[in-house]
Design a protein around this ligand. Structure first.
Ligand SMILES: Nc1ncnc2c1ncn2[C@@H]1O[C@H](COP(=O)(O)OP(=O)(O)OP(=O)(O)O)[C@@H](O)[C@H]1O
Ligand SMILES: [Mg+2]
Length: 419
């Protein structure tokens, strides 16, 4: 009668422990605290001296210590066990628990930890941590305090705990991965938002300058026309001729600008047809070859031969690549190298144009796509504005990286046509 009562009470105690343990492990505490607390319970309940949780590093097929408890825990933190090595290594390999009452008689036992820490392991109970039928680590509890050695009840208790610890560790891992992914997504979102703001800003400025350019056309024609008439009426007045020539030069410059803006307004949309980017590149290079030769610029091309077709507006893409080439050549007045690379990256074609020119300073980098932004005396500052618009028309992306006095790399990503 008495015996049954005591077995009953042990049973209740165990059940109570497991239930409380379940609640603890599912609590929102930090995983390290949960594991530490859980192992402290296990040690007390099983009456053991120390305990360790190992996690499996699948890539290297090694066990590393996730948590160690006991007086020598600090000395053993960085020791690793190969799968199959020692009792823990064997348990993770077979997926079967081991109860060892005297380690000196167990051939599997490795004294690696004892040698380094000076601790003396006498007995051990070791249980695998299993998730979806695959071991993810082991729990080892060391040195039973009483003389009887580990019991079947100790094994059962530790096995129940192991199941819950495995779930908690897996959740912590997933949570960690989720956190990393979330950080990445936030970054991607920020980049996408910046691109969108830039595109919208450029579209708004684009509309504005088209309106202004349109209004400028008539007065410019009038000014130019009257300036020419004045010039022809004052045939003998050299000073007036000088002034008129300045007016005519300036009206010419403004008219060229208006023409550029007109070009820009024509590329607001594109007519896309399946085409090969290599052909466009080859044609652009043919056109720039004599100028490059004259400027002592060496052009190197690395093009992947069998790139798939993309949906492309050939005249627009020709204009975009020409504008990039023009900038590269203008950045190298006393020679250099232009490297042109094309390759495939998953569902995209990447085109890279790299020069060894003067580069762009970081404070100018924010403005390079803005209309009329130029650092050149003769530039309209519309080249990259057009390139940006053309790439947007092709649902692509453009990125410019540059280092002052070293060079500039323009990278364009264009989506491959889906069949
Ligand atoms: N490859 C490059 N190397 C150095 N600076 C560059 C390069 N590409 C662009 N830039 C800088 O960006 C500015 C804007 O370029 P963008 O092509 O829009 O105008 P631009 O070349 O000045 O004039 P336009 O192209 O209208 O004749 C340039 O003036 C220059 O300062
Ligand atoms: Mg330019």
């Amino acid at each position: 009668m008495e015996k049954i009562e005591s077995r009953d009470s042990i049973y209740h105690q165990e059940l109570y422990t497991i239930l409380r343990f379940g609640a603890l492990i599912n609590s929102s505490l930090h995983i390290e605290d949960v594991l530490n607390y859980a192992m402290k319970w296990a040690e007390e309940f099983i009456q053991a001296e120390a305990s360790t949780i190992y996690e499996l590093d699948e890539e290297n097929q090694e066990l590393f210590i996730r948590l160690a408890r006991g007086e020598k825990k600090d000395q053993i933190q960085n020791i690793r066990l190969s799968v199959g090595e020692g009792i823990a290594g064997r348990v993770v390999l077979t997926g079967q628990p081991m109860v060892v009452q005297d380690v000196s008689k167990e051939p599997c036992f490795s004294d690696k930890f004892d040698r380094i820490s000076g601790y003396q392991t006498r007995s051990m109970i070791c249980v695998p941590l299993i998730i979806r039928d695959r071991p993810m680590g082991v729990i080892a509890v060391l040195n039973k305090r009483s003389k009887e050695g580990f019991s079947q009840a100790d094994l059962l208790l530790l096995t129940s705990m192991a199941q819950q610890i495995a779930v908690a560790m897996e959740n912590a891992k997933l949570y960690h991965r989720l956190e990393e992914k979330f950080e990445l997504t936030t970054q991607e979102l920020k980049t996408a938002q910046e691109k969108l703001i830039r595109s919208e800003r450029l579209t708004a400025i684009g509309h504005l300058i088209q309106g202004i350019a349109h209004e400028l056309r008539n007065p410019l024609t009038t000014i130019g026309g009257f300036a020419n008439r004045i010039k022809s009426e004052f045939t003998n007045n050299e000073r007036i001729h000088q002034y008129i020539d300045i007016i005519l030069e300036e009206t010419d410059r403004l008219e060229r600008l208006v023409q550029q803006v007109k070009k820009f307004s024509k590329i607001q949309s594109a007519i896309l047809k399946p085409s090969k980017i290599q052909t466009v590149i080859e044609n652009v290079l043919k056109r720039f070859h004599p100028l490059a030769l004259e400027q002592d610029v060496n052009i190197i091309t690395h093009t992947e031969p069998a790139l798939p077709e993309i949906n492309m507006d050939i005249p627009q893409m020709t204009m975009a690549i020409s504008n990039i080439m023009e900038n590269a050549l203008e950045a190298m007045p006393s020679g250099g190298t232009i490297e042109i690379k094309t390759n495939r990256d998953e569902d995209n074609i990447l085109l890279e144009v790299k020069d060894t020119g003067i580069g762009i300073s970081s404070d100018q980098m924010d403005s390079v796509y803005d209309p009329f932004f130029t650092s050149k005396t003769s530039g309209a500052g519309l080249g990259l504005t057009m390139v940006h618009q053309i790439i947007m028309n092709h649902e692509g992306e453009i990125h410019i990286a540059s280092e002052v006095l070293k060079g500039t790399t323009v990278t364009i990503r264009l989506p491959i046509l889906r069949k």
